[in-house]
Design a binder for this molecule. Structure first.
Ligand SMILES: [Zn+2]
Length: 448
């Protein structure tokens, strides 16, 4: 072996060593990046911190509560929203809670209240819905050709706020559709839509609220409605409104921020964090953002903005539903048209709002009569294949709930100018129309 051979070998060994070190560093970095993507930075930190709760605890509070007072405030908020188990476990996780009288008394109190709860009858859950609320009555009711439609189908902010106060006083509690029933898989691997227990104290009753066409359609601009939902500096949704002089105001100009604030003031109005379900089309964008490539005013940047708003709203518990892409009559259109429309919603809206398993039929038009859906209904099969499990139509009854093997169906009641003016007796279980009806609404409200 020559000297140069020896040197070459040494150089080769050195190169291999360097390569090995490089690969180790590379793998550590890749592993770290993958872990951060999966668990988040907090998750990684808590992996190494044995004192913390396990990472797979999904209901962990977002912030670490450091004082007994903070724990008590948060536990009381959870208990007010009927989540006594979470409230109790939050206190138990606080070191030394046994020695703190206010904490241990709170546990006793929550356990006692929990003992008074009874399951609600899911077949008697009323579901009410609204369209975009009228912010400026003078602009909506201005004698233009759009006035009659707004007068029939819309609700004013003052009416909505009056209704909320009455619902709360009467013991209604906002629930989500999946609080009523959920797909569950049994030990044999069969999944079935299964009734859930909504556990409420005596005198409380569940209610679902939804809002249709939360799109701030361009045809409504200048007619006294908000123009989009944005996330305010406090991290909560608020609405943009464009004034006559072109200046922009932000505030509680529609259902989302009004209901969010109401729940903050009255945590007992929301069952375990429930919010309203928002029915969204795609053809003119979502939430006031022009996100449809085929729609007027489309701008690619709007997609990211809308997604950021939707993500924050979902964190707060808001739920999104399909209202079809093109506000289509799913009952009347052909099977092929329905499939194409559902594909468009999946391609344009789902990437922004995320997966949804809820259909809120446009115009309330269902794909079948009151008989149960079954696999002979091709439209039902298509919608199921798109992932939908909850189906809501429009129905004047106090409640209409149908639990199928693989779906939940519910009727919804319109609380708008038409219903209040023409059928006040149908709303008597909810409120006296005279207590909520906006005196600025033109009468008679036109008949349809
Ligand atoms: Zn609609």
């Amino acid at each position: 072996m020559t000297l140069s051979d020896e040197r070459r070998k040494r150089r080769l060994r050195k190169q291999r060593r360097q390569q090995a070190i490089f690969f180790i560093i590379f793998f550590v970095v890749v592993a770290l990046v993958i872990s951060i993507l999966f668990f988040g930075i907090r998750g990684i930190i808590s992996l190494f911190d044995k004192g913390e709760k396990p990472v797979d605890e999904p209901k962990a509070p977002a912030v670490t509560l450091s004082s007994a007072d903070e724990v008590l405030v948060e536990a009381r908020r959870l208990a007010a929203g009927y989540d006594y188990d979470k409230a109790i476990s939050l206190i138990r996780e606080f070191k030394g809670y046994e020695a703190n009288p206010s904490l241990s008394e709170a546990i006793t109190e929550f356990e006692e209240t929990k003992g008074t709860l009874a399951p609600a009858n899911i077949y008697e859950v009323t579901h009410v819905f609204f369209h975009t609320l009228i912010k400026d009555n003078a602009k909506a009711f201005d004698g233009e050709y759009t006035e009659d439609g707004y007068n029939q189908y819309m609700t004013t902010i003052s009416e909505f706020e009056a209704m909320l106060r009455i619902f709360h006083e009467k013991g209604y509690v906002l629930v989500n559709l999946d609080d009523m029933a959920k797909m569950e898989t049994d030990e044999n691997g069969n999944s079935k839509m299964t009734a859930q227990k909504i556990m409420l104290p005596p005198g409380k009753k569940p209610m679902v609220i939804s809002q249709d066409d939360v799109s701030y359609y361009q045809y409504m601009q200048g007619d006294g409605f908000a123009t989009r939902i944005v996330i305010g500096e406090d991290g909560y949704p608020t609405c943009e409104y464009i004034n006559d002089d072109g200046s922009v105001s932000y505030g509680d100009y529609d259902l989302v921020p009004i209901l969010e604030r109401f729940i903050k003031e009255h945590p007992d109005f929301s069952y375990q964090g429930a919010r309203a379900t928002l029915a969204i089309t795609g053809y003119d964008g979502v939430l006031g953002y022009r996100t449809s490539p085929s729609g007027e005013g489309y701008n690619e940047e709007e997609i990211a903005k809308a997604k950021a708003v939707a993500d924050r709203m979902k964190e707060l518990g808001w739920v999104f539903a399909s209202h079809s892409w093109g506000h289509q009559l799913y009952g009347s259109i052909s099977v092929e048209k329905l499939r194409t429309d559902a594909e468009k919603w999946e391609n344009e809206v789902q990437p922004i709002l995320g997966d949804s398993d809820i259909i809120i039929y446009a115009h309330g038009e269902d794909i079948a009569g009151i008989e149960k859906y079954d696999s002979s209904n091709e439209k039902f099969n298509i919608l199921r294949n798109f992932g939908f499990r909850y189906f809501c139509n429009v129905d004047a009854h106090q409640y209409w709930v149908q639990l199928g093997d693989n779906y939940l169906r519910q009727g919804r009641r319109n609380l708008d100018g038409y219903r209040m003016y023409h059928n006040p007796e149908m709303l008597e279980d909810l409120f006296n129309v005279s207590d909520v009806f906006d005196s600025e609404r033109p009468t008679p409200v036109p008949a349809i």
